[in-house]
Design a binder for this molecule. Structure first.
Ligand SMILES: Nc1ncnc2c1ncn2[C@@H]1O[C@H](COP(=O)(O)OP(=O)(O)OP(=O)(O)O)[C@@H](O)[C@H]1O
Length: 317
């Protein structure tokens, strides 16, 4: 449904615009029909820039893309007809009601009056907005307003929907409601691309993710496959600052250990079977006269995938 090759974009920066920021540095993507595809990465990774290029809002400096059968560079108008786009923070006006916004949006996409009203009624029902459809948007909760934003993005029945950080700032209950709406759209046949910096969101919502950093894809696949690549468990040892290095030295030859990282407050050990390895790890440390303050066993997360590829954590980036 979406195929990109070498998509890139730089912005002028610095006081006189003499320097450049390479926001997106050659992105290849293959998003399949009817999947929820996530773009996961820290702030500034280039997620919004990529999404805005795909949504025809900014022109790429290089590369190519075909979206829903239309060529992004040669025929952006055709792409625009086949996609919906919901910006970060949405676009509803405070004083206008959801019903008015939806009718206006449908008219903008070429529906006649009766058709616009019919589509609006359908959208209000589908997104569970009917109850407050005639109140100004300013009176809605964050989650309700987000649902209106998404309804606006799909009023013209696009094949692909782009959502930029759809749940940022929402409480957990509203977040799950938005996830449910996105999953429903997928069931109805839509392909959805979301950007997020929430690991949990990528994990729970997306069929596949591209993890991006500094304008490049550093890993791509289903959340499960990406985590499996890390193979095994992570054991976190809380160790006093002065003992981190000797602890790392003592553990380096530990059987089953396939990666060891020194972090601010201890060590991260990547092991195939963490639970089985812990007693031996503690014995080795004991032999070196080190007693860890805490020991935690974790299944790998998408953050571990990011860490393995970039040496940093998404959450601390
Ligand atoms: N209009 C612009 N002019 C100059 N630099 C820009 C512009 N827009 C984005 N950038 C820079 O490009 C890089 C990528 O930004 P982008 O907004 O695409 O990242 P992001 O992953 O979406 O981050 P966030 O989640 O914070 O929005 C950042 O370094 C950003 O400062």
């Amino acid at each position: 449904m979406i195929e990109t090759k070498g998509l890139r974009k730089s912005y002028p920066s610095g006081k006189r615009g003499h320097q450049v920021v390479d926001a997106v540095r050659g992105i290849d993507l293959d998003v399949r029909t009817r999947e929820v595809f996530g773009f996961l990465g820290p702030n500034g990774a280039g997620k919004t820039t990529t999404l805005r290029m795909l949504a025809t809002l900014i022109r790429p400096d290089g590369g190519e893309a075909v979206i829903a059968g239309a060529d992004l560079l040669a025929d952006p108008a055709q792409v625009r007809r086949r996609i919906g786009y919901v910006a970060q923070g949405g676009g509803t006006a405070d004083a206008v009601t959801a019903r008015e916004e939806l009718v206006l949006q449908a008219r903008m996409y070429g529906s006649g009056k009766a058709e616009a009203h019919r589509r609006t009624e359908d959208a209000l029902a589908a997104f569970d907005l009917t109850e407050f459809a005639d109140r100004p948007c300013a009176t809605y909760s964050g989650g309700q307003r987000r649902r209106v934003d998404i309804a606006l993005g799909v009023i013209h029945a696009p094949q692909v929907l782009f959502l930029d950080e759809p749940t940022v700032g929402l409480d957990p209950a509203s977040r799950s409601q938005v996830w449910a709406e996105i999953k429903r759209l997928r069931t109805e046949g839509m392909t959805v691309v979301v950007t997020t910096h929430y690991l949990e969101e990528a994990d729970a919502l997306c069929d596949r993710v591209a993890i991006v950093d500094h304008g490049q894809v550093v890993a791509e696949g289903t959340p499960e496959a990406l985590k499996r690549e890390i193979s095994g468990d992570v054991v976190l040892l809380g160790v006093a600052a002065g003992e981190i290095r000797p602890a790392a030295e003592a553990l380096r030859d530990q059987a089953d250990l396939h990666r060891l990282e020194q972090v601010e407050d201890g060590l991260r050990l990547y092991l195939h079977d963490g639970a089985a390895a812990i007693p031996q790890v503690l014995r080795v440390l004991d032999g070196a006269g080190i007693v860890p303050g805490t020991v935690q066993l974790q299944r790998p997360s998408l953050d571990d995938v990011f860490l393995a590829r970039t040496g940093r954590s998404i959450e601390q980036s």
